[in-house]
Design a protein around this ligand. Structure first.
Ligand SMILES: *Cc1c(COP(=O)(O)O)cnc(C)c1O
Length: 395
């Protein structure tokens, strides 16, 4: 009799359900906005990465429509063969100027940007010194490179120095890689100190600023701008899929590197280019950010208000210094139940459990956005208060 070759999947799914870790994926039925239709219900959206409300912005939509009229819908090729349109280059020049970087190369997503850049810079025999909480896409980029991965303690310059002192000499070439903003906790890497140590140990230095792009720095220019490290950080990965409101990724940094990636980055060479509509919408996002800091300012104002009120209510919101607001709940089933009850109260805020966060550190992650009015934030706070009291999370 034939064995059930798919039994391992059934067992894994059963285990996920058992541990309360099975993800029930909700369906969005309207644009991403303050009040979004989710599974047939209009709810306050507190969990998308639409930091600046650009995902449904009229200027970006207009730019995308015009690009479709002018260029059609598909690039029909990879960048290195026939897929580089003038608007791809325009986006890269505009991003470089906006961020004060020597060069920028764009990719189809932030995930791709990490898969592109890491294997281009290090290979078997080289070393990668990686913050222990780095994003999955960094980890996958590291694995693809075949370089040896040495983890260092989270956001700990002294810990980084210790592992470099012990192990740097084993490798010909080495790179230090960290998230800029850590997406689950909302803390930021001590980039100035880590950069200085990487320099001293003759390592390349790379930061993935997916959650800092459009959020940190002057007018949302990102974490390198926040620390004033222009021209020094070798690689700054960014995403155009979060605050920029579209989909895409980029690498900003030394021009020698960004030009080299056009020769060596596999997602650039072997996967089709971003669509004209996406690229044009991203250019419109740069326009908006260059014109005014209003959206970024409102994002931070909303963040300060919401966090202060959550603390006052007695919630543990961790050590975040960014608009990412983790509401720490402990075990995954409690976090799931909290999220379910919030949804009943008209608030959409998903729970996150293992493997997205460590076991026992399940949480609801609230994402603050410039698109939220003060009355929206107050509505959300009242829902958190009611559910928190009902479930005994706050007194
Ligand atoms: C979201 C995220 C990415 C992926 O970006 P996409 O554009 O959505 O593919 C990469 N790195 C980090 C740190 C992220 O938070």
């Amino acid at each position: 009799m034939a064995t059930n070759k798919l039994a391992f999947i059934e067992e894994d799914v059963a285990a996920l359900k058992d541990q309360g870790l099975y993800i029930n994926i909700r369906t969005i039925q309207s644009p991403q906005q303050a009040w979004t239709v989710v599974d047939g219900k209009k709810v306050l959206n507190l969990c998308s990465n639409n930091y600046l409300g650009l995902a449904n912005h009229p200027r970006l939509k207009e730019a995308a429509k015009r690009a479709i009229e002018q260029y059609g819908v598909g690039p029909a090729a990879v960048r290195s063969i026939a897929g580089t349109m003038d608007i791809h280059l325009e986006l890269e020049e505009r991003l470089a100027r906006f961020k004060g970087a020597e060069g920028v190369i764009s990719f189809q997503s932030g995930f791709y940007a990490n898969l592109a850049v890491i294997p281009a810079l290090v290979e078997r025999g080289d070393g990668i010194f990686s913050d222990e909480l780095n994003h999955a896409s960094i980890i996958d980029g590291c694995r693809l490179s075949r370089a040896e991965i040495v983890r260092f303690p989270h956001c700990d310059p002294a810990g980084l120095e210790k592992v470099l002192a012990e192990r740097r000499k084993e490798f010909r070439r080495a790179i230090v890689i960290t998230d800029g903003v850590f997406s689950m906790d909302g803390d930021i890497a001590p980039l100035d100190k880590e950069y200085e140590i990487a320099e001293r140990y003759d390592c390349l230095f790379m930061v993935d600023d997916a959650h800092g792009e459009g959020v940190l720095g002057r007018g949302g220019r990102g974490i390198v701008d926040h620390y004033g490290l222009h021209g020094r950080v070798d690689v700054e990965v960014g995403t155009l899929s979060k605050a920029f409101g579209v989909v895409g990724g980029c690498v900003a940094g030394k021009k020698l590197i960004t030009d080299y990636l056009r020769q060596r980055a596999r997602p650039f060479l072997f996967s089709s280019a971003a669509t004209p509509a996406d690229v044009a919408a991203c250019i419109a996002a740069v326009d908006l950010l260059e014109e005014s800091t209003e959206l970024v300012d409102r994002l931070w104002e909303n963040t300060r208000f919401f966090k202060a009120e959550m603390r006052r209510l007695g919630f543990d919101i961790g050590a975040s210094v960014t608009p990412i607001t983790p509401v720490m709940l402990g075990e995954a089933p409690l976090a799931k139940e909290f999220s379910r009850q919030l949804f009943e109260e008209g608030v959409f805020a998903m729970s996150l459990g293992f493997p997205t966060v460590p076991r026992g550190k399940a949480r609801i992650r609230v994402m603050i956005s410039a698109m939220l009015e003060r009355s929206d934030l107050e509505y959300g706070l009242q829902a958190f208060e009611r559910v928190g009291k009902r479930l005994g999370v706050i007194a």
